[in-house]
Design a protein around this ligand. Structure first.
Ligand SMILES: NC(=O)C1=CN([C@@H]2O[C@H](COP(=O)(O)OP(=O)(O)OC[C@H]3O[C@@H](n4cnc5c(N)ncnc54)[C@H](OP(=O)(O)O)[C@@H]3O)[C@@H](O)[C@H]2O)C=CC1
Ligand SMILES: O=C1CO[C@H](CO)[C@@H](O)[C@@H]1O
Length: 334
C-alpha cells in the first residue's frame, strides 16, 4: 500500500500548474488533473507525466480522490467545493474563497458535517518569516498590537502578461486589485492581529492597460483596537510587500520581497533582521502543499480555515461596497 495521497488539481492554468509542480515536489501525492481547456490539459499532462487527466469534474469524480486543489476562477470555487465536500474530499481552495456569498455558509456546514479538511490557499501563511513574526507577536513579546501598516505593489503585466484574458478583468470572476492581490494582505493582517471589523476603501483604475477594474487601492481598517492602513498597487516597478505591526513595546516588520522579518524595541535603535530561507517562489507553495497534507494526515486545523477564508471574503466584498457607497462598512464576524 502506498502512503501517497491522491490529489486532484482542478484547473491547471497559472496557479494550478504551480500547485501541480509543488505537490509533486512534496513527494507525498499521487496527482491527477481536471482541466476544461484541452490544449492546456494535454500540454500539462505531458510535461508533468500525469497519467490521469479529465476534461470534466463529473468524469474526475467517478472515482473520487482523497483530496483536491481548486484552482479555477473564483466564481467556480464554491460549487466545486460543495460537490467535493459532499463526497468527503479534503480540499485546498484558491483565494479568494469566492467572488460573492452565494453557497458559502452552506459549504461551511457540509465541511463540518463531513469532517473534511478545507483550507483556503492564502499563501503568505506559508512564508517562514511571516510565521515567525506571527509567533513573536502572539507570544506578547512586543506587547499589545496598536497599529498595522501594509504597503504592497508589483508590476502586474510583468508577472501576469495574460491578465487581459483572465478572471482579472471582472469583479464577478474575482478580478480587480482588491480581490486579486489586496485579499492576500487583508488575510495576512487578520492572521497577525485578528479580524477586521470595519473598513473604508478608496480605489481607482490608474494605469493597467486593457482593463477597467481598480489597480490601485487604499483601505483604512479596524481590527478591534488596532488601527490599520492598507496601501497597494499593481503597476509600480518595484515588487514590495511590507507589513509593519507597531506594538506597545516594540515594532515588527515583515518584508516578503526581502524574505525576512525584523524588529526594533529601543527608540533610535537598529532593526534586528531575521532572514528566512525562501530560495524561490515555489518554496512557499511547496510549504503550503506540505502543510495541507499534514493537516489531512493528522486531521488537524489547516493553515487557513474555511471560516478565516470566509471572513477575508467579507473584507473583499466590504471594500467593494465601500467604493460604491463611499462610506465605512461593517465586516460581519461569524
Ligand atoms: N495564490 C496565488 O498566488 C494565486 C492565486 N490565484 C487564484 O487562483 C485562481 C485561478 O487563477 P489562475 O490560475 O490565474 O487562472 P487561469 O485562468 O490561468 O486558470 C484557471 C484554469 O481553470 C480552468 N477551468 C475553468 N473552469 C474549470 C472547471 N470547471 N474545471 C476544470 N478547469 C476549469 C480554466 O480553463 P478556461 O480558461 O478554458 O476557462 C483555466 O485553464 C483564482 O481564484 C486566482 O485568484 C491566481 C494566481 C496566483
Ligand atoms: O494571488 C495572486 C498573487 O499575486 C499575483 C500577482 O499580484 C496575483 O495575480 C494572484 O492572483
Amino acid at each position: 500500500m502506498s502512503d501517497l495521497v491522491e490529489v486532484l488539481i482542478i484547473g491547471v492554468g497559472s496557479i494550478g500548474e504551480r500547485h501541480l509542480r509543488c505537490f509533486q515536489a512534496s513527494n507525498r501525492a499521487r496527482l491527477s488533473i481536471c482541466e476544461t481547456n484541452s490544449d492546456l490539459r494535454e500540454r500539462i499532462a505531458q510535461q508533468y507525466g500525469i497519467h490521469q487527466s479529465y476534461s470534466t469534474l463529473d468524469e474526475a469524480l467517478t472515482n473520487p480522490p482523497e483530496a483536491a486543489v481548486i484552482a479555477t476562477p473564483a466564481q467556480l470555487h464554491i460549487p466545486i467545493a460543495h460537490r467535493l465536500a459532499e463526497l468527503g474530499v479534503h480540499q485546498l481552495i484558491e483565494k479568494p474563497l469566492s467572488a460573492n456569498l452565494e453557497g458559502v455558509a452552506e459549504l461551511c456546514k457540509v465541511i463540518e458535517q463531513k469532517q473534511i479538511i478545507a483550507s483556503v490557499a492564502y499563501v503568505y501563511r506559508a512564508h517562514p518569516a511571516m510565521q515567525a513574526m506571527k509567533e513573536a507577536i502572539a507570544s506578547d513579546r512586543f506587547g499589545k498590537p496598536l497599529q498595522l501598516i501594509a504597503v504592497s505593489g508589483a508590476h502586474f503585466p510583468t508577472y501576469r502578461p495574460a491578465y487581459r484574458q483572465t478572471y482579472y478583468t471582472n469583479h464577478a470572476t474575482g478580478g480587480g486589485a482588491i480581490q486579486d492581490a489586496m485579499t492576500h494582505v487583508f488575510n495576512a493582517g487578520e492572521w497577525l492581529v485578528g479580524p477586521i471589523e470595519r473598513l473604508v476603501a478608496d480605489a481607482a483604475h490608474q494605469k493597467l492597460e486593457g482593463v477597467e477594474v481598480e489597480d490601485t487601492v487604499q483601505v483604512l481598517a479596524r481590527h478591534g483596537e488596532v488601527l490599520a492602513n492598507y496601501c497597494l498597487n499593481q503597476h509600480q516597478a518595484p515588487t514590495e510587500n511590507t507589513i509593519t505591526v507597531v506594538c506597545q513595546n516594540g515594532t515588527a516588520r515583515f518584508e516578503m520581497h526581502n524574505n525576512r522579518w525584523s524588529w526594533m524595541v529601543e527608540p533610535g535603535g537598529v532593526w534586528q533582521d531575521i532572514p528566512s530561507d525562501v530560495p524561490e517562489r515555489d518554496t512557499l507553495f511547496i510549504n503550503q502543499a506540505n502543510k495541507f497534507l499534514d493537516a489531512v494526515a493528522e486531521h488537524a486545523t489547516p493553515a487557513c480555515t474555511i471560516q478565516e477564508g470566509m471572513h477575508t471574503l467579507h473584507c473583499n466584498l466590504a471594500a467593494l461596497e465601500s467604493l460604491t457607497h463611499r462610506n465605512w462598512q461593517t465586516v460581519p464576524v461569524e
